[in-house]
Design a protein around this ligand. Structure first.
Ligand code: LMR
Length: 399
C-alpha cells in the first residue's frame, strides 16, 4: 500500500513560503511567492474588498450550491472586464464564461477540455513560464512542449526564437500566452510583436490559451493590460482565457477566477460551455460563493470600481517605486554591472538570471527566499529592505 508512495518534492513556489516560515533569522525576507505586501511587509486587504464583504454579509445570502458554471453576475462582470463591456463578441453570445478556482483552477478545466476534445494536441508554454503551467497540463494528460521566450544575453525577449519555435509547432497546437506581465520574466511582447504572434496563430490554426493573472498590475490600467486578449478575440480566433482575481483584487485565498471560451459562433460557444460544465462537475462540482459575490460587488458597482482602480494603482505604484530604489542602490554598490533590466521588467517580479548556486547563497547566507529560477517577487520587498537585498544580490553575483 502507501509504503510504495514516494515523498513528493516541495512545490517550487509555495514550498519557498514554507521554508521561509521555518527560518528564525530576523533578517529573513520572502521574495518567493507573488503576493502583494505593504511597505511594512504585511498582507493587504483592499478597502473596496472590505466594503464589498460588508455588503455581502448584509445581503444574508443562503449557502445553496451555485450552478456548475458559477454566479451569473460574477461571470457577466468578469467577461466585461476582460473583453470590454461594449464587446460585440459578448453581445452576440460568442463568449461563454465558467467561474472557476482562480487562475490555476481555470487553467485546469481548460486543460481537461483540451485533453478531451483535442486529443493528441500538444500545449506549448514559454521557456521559462510560471512553475505550475507544466504540472497543470501534464496532470490533465496533455503533452507539454516549450517555445523560446527569454534571451539570457539581452535579458529580454527572444522574439525570433519564439517565432521559430511556433513556426515548427504542429498545426492545431495549443499555445499558452501570458496576457501581460509575463511570469517569471516580467518581459512582454510589444504591440507589433503581438500582431505577429496573432498572425502565426491564425495561419497555423493554433488554439491560443491566455493566462491573465495580472490585469491592472502590468501598466496600472485594466484596459491596457487586456490589449493582447482583446486583439486576439476581435480577430475572430477561437480561444480560451483564464482570468484570476488573486493579485489585482488581492483575493488570493478566495480562489476566484474564470475560464472564458471565445467561439466563432453562438452554437460553438454554447456547446463548449456545456462540456466545460461537465468537466468542472467531475473535478470540483461547483465553485465557492464568497469570492464571486465580492467581485460582483466591486467590478459591478461604478463607485467601487473607480475606487478599486485607485487602490490597484497604489499597489502597482509601490512595486514600481521599490523596483527603482533597488536599481539605484545596486548601481551605487556595483556600478560596473548593468542593472537596468530590473526596471525594464514589469509586473510583480524581477527575473535576475541568477544561477542555482547564487540563489542558494541568497537563501542560505542572507535569508532571502526566492524561487530557484532566479525570480524575485518585488511585491514582497519594502523600501526599508532595499539595501539589505541589494547587498545580498551583489554578494551573490560576486560569488
Ligand atoms: C506566483 O507565481 O508566485 C503566484 O502565481 C502564486 C502561485 O500560485 O504560484
Amino acid at each position: 500500500r502507501f509504503e510504495t508512495v514516494e515523498q513528493a518534492p516541495p512545490d517550487p513556489i509555495l514550498g519557498v513560503t514554507q521554508a521561509f516560515r521555518a527560518d528564525e533569522d530576523d533578517r529573513k525576507l520572502n521574495l518567493g511567492v507573488g503576493a502583494y505586501r505593504n511597505d511594512d511587509l504585511q498582507p493587504v486587504v483592499l478597502d473596496v474588498v472590505r466594503k464589498a464583504e460588508l455588503r455581502v454579509v448584509e445581503q444574508k445570502n443562503n449557502k445553496e450550491y451555485l450552478p456548475i458554471d458559477g454566479f451569473a453576475p460574477f461571470n457577466k462582470v468578469s467577461a466585461e472586464l476582460m473583453f470590454g463591456a461594449d464587446s460585440e463578441l459578448l453581445a452576440s453570445g460568442k463568449i461563454v464564461t465558467l467561474q472557476s478556482l482562480s487562475g490555476t483552477g481555470s487553467l485546469r478545466v481548460g486543460a481537461a477540455f483540451v485533453n478531451r476534445f483535442f486529443p493528441g494536441a500538444k500545449v506549448y508554454i514559454p521557456n521559462p513560464s510560471w512553475g505550475n503551467h507544466k504540472n497543470i497540463f501534464a496532470d490533465a494528460g496533455v503533452d507539454v512542449a516549450q517555445y523560446k521566450y527569454f534571451d539570457p544575453e539581452t535579458i529580454g525577449l527572444d522574439f525570433s526564437g519564439m517565432m521559430a519555435d511556433l513556426e515548427s509547432a504542429p498545426e492545431g497546437s495549443v499555445v499558452i500566452l501570458h496576457a501581460c506581465a509575463h511570469n517569471p520574466t516580467g518581459i512582454d511582447p510589444t504591440v507589433e510583436q503581438w500582431k505577429e504572434v496573432l498572425e502565426i496563430c491564425q495561419r497555423k490554426g493554433f488554439l491560443p490559451f491566455f493566462d491573465s493573472a495580472y490585469q491592472g498590475f502590468a501598466s496600472g490600467d485594466l484596459i491596457t493590460d487586456a490589449f493582447a486578449v482583446r486583439m486576439f478575440a476581435d480577430a475572430g480566433l477561437e480561444m480560451l482565457v483564464s482570468q484570476s482575481y488573486a493579485k489585482n483584487l488581492g483575493l488570493y485565498g478566495e480562489r476566484v477566477g474564470a475560464l472564458h471560451c471565445v467561439a466563432k459562433d453562438e452554437g460553438n460557444a454554447k456547446r463548449a460551455l456545456s462540456q466545460l460544465k461537465r468537466l468542472a462537475r467531475a473535478l470540483y462540482s461547483n465553485p465557492p460563493t464568497t469570492g464571486a459575490r465580492i467581485v460582483a460587488e466591486v467590478v459591478g458597482d461604478p463607485e467601487l470600481f473607480e475606487e478599486w482602480k485607485g487602490e490597484m494603482m497604489g499597489m502597482a505604484g509601490r512595486i514600481k517605486e521599490v523596483r527603482q530604489q533597488l536599481v539605484d542602490c545596486l548601481k551605487q554598490k556595483s556600478p560596473n554591472r548593468s542593472w537596468d533590466f530590473i526596471t525594464d521588467q514589469i509586473g510583480m517580479f524581477s527575473y535576475t538570471g541568477m544561477s542555482n548556486a547564487q540563489v542558494e547563497n541568497m537563501t542560505n547566507k542572507h535569508h532571502v527566499y526566492m524561487t530557484k529560477d532566479g525570480r524575485i517577487s518585488l511585491a514582497g520587498l519594502s523600501s526599508g529592505k532595499v539595501e539589505y537585498l541589494a547587498n545580498a544580490i551583489v554578494d551573490s553575483f560576486d560569488n
